[in-house]
Design a protein around this ligand. Structure first.
Ligand code: SAM
Length: 213
């Protein structure tokens, strides 16, 4: 990983995503059982798990982000701000495209602003499907390609410039289709426009629950 990816981007993320703090809380606090968070980044979601969680396993390919997330957890634990015990969290370096976990071994998965970035999103969705138990849920909050209009075209035009600046993030992913191709039912899905994220180019957001058939 480069200096930019290790030392600048993780902090820039916190600033860029400050507007979705409440959406994070709403998403994460409903997760239950043994939970897998794919691409947990610098750990912005970790404080929001409720006592409905038995275990939180986070996987993230950038070692510097995993280190930041672990440090964040330690601080939250010291300040008694976690609803879970510190040992109920297990953060690992690894890729969502090759999950080192058994089939049917998680109750829930979290996909928060990550399917924009995973290089092979189809493979990661298939892996997430494999490790979830039947009836297991993906709770997701993802920015996606606008359905139509000028914004959809602008996202395509800007993407080649944006992607290297944002460490691989794409503005034009169709994550809803990625999930349904992997075998998930999109049980509930809100498509939100003008979500309070930093840039209008991010403002096509889907959030909801996808269930393993
Ligand atoms: C925009 S950040 C979001 C981080 C975090 N989920 C959040 O809500 O703040 C995208 C994250 O996806 C991670 N990522 C990139 N490739 C990945 C992969 N193959 N598997 C899992 N995560 C990946 C990046 O390292 C980065 O932490």
């Amino acid at each position: 990983m480069s200096f930019y990816e290790d030392k600048i981007f993780p902090y820039a993320l916190d600033i860029a995503l400050v507007g979705i703090k409440q959406a994070r809380k709403d998403l994460i606090s409903s997760a239950e059982g043994r939970i897998l968070e794919i691409g947990m980044g610098n750990g912005a979601n970790l404080a929001h798990y409720s006592d409905k969680a038995d275990e939180v396993v986070g996987i993230e390919p950038c070692a510097a982000m995993v280190e930041m997330a672990s440090g964040r957890l330690d601080k939250l634990h010291q300040k008694s701000k976690l609803k879970l015990k510190r040992e109920q969290y297990d953060l690992q370096v690894g890729s969502g495209e090759e999950l080192p976990y058994d089939d049917n071994s998680f109750d829930s998965a979290i996909a928060c602003l990550v399917f924009c970035t995973i290089p092979n999103a189809d493979k990661a969705a298939a892996e997430m499907h494999r490790v979830l138990k039947p009836g297991g849920k993906v709770l997701f909050l993802e920015h996606v390609h606008a359905k139509s209009g000028l914004k959809r075209h602008v996202q395509n035009w800007v993407n080649p410039i944006w992607k290297p600046l944002a460490c691989g993030c794409n503005l034009n992913r169709d994550t809803k289709t990625v999930f349904s191709n992997a075998g998930f039912d999109n049980e509930t899905i809100d498509e939100i426009n003008h979500h309070p994220m930093l840039l209008p180019l991010f403002s096509s957001v889907i959030r909801g629950v996808a269930i393993k058939r």
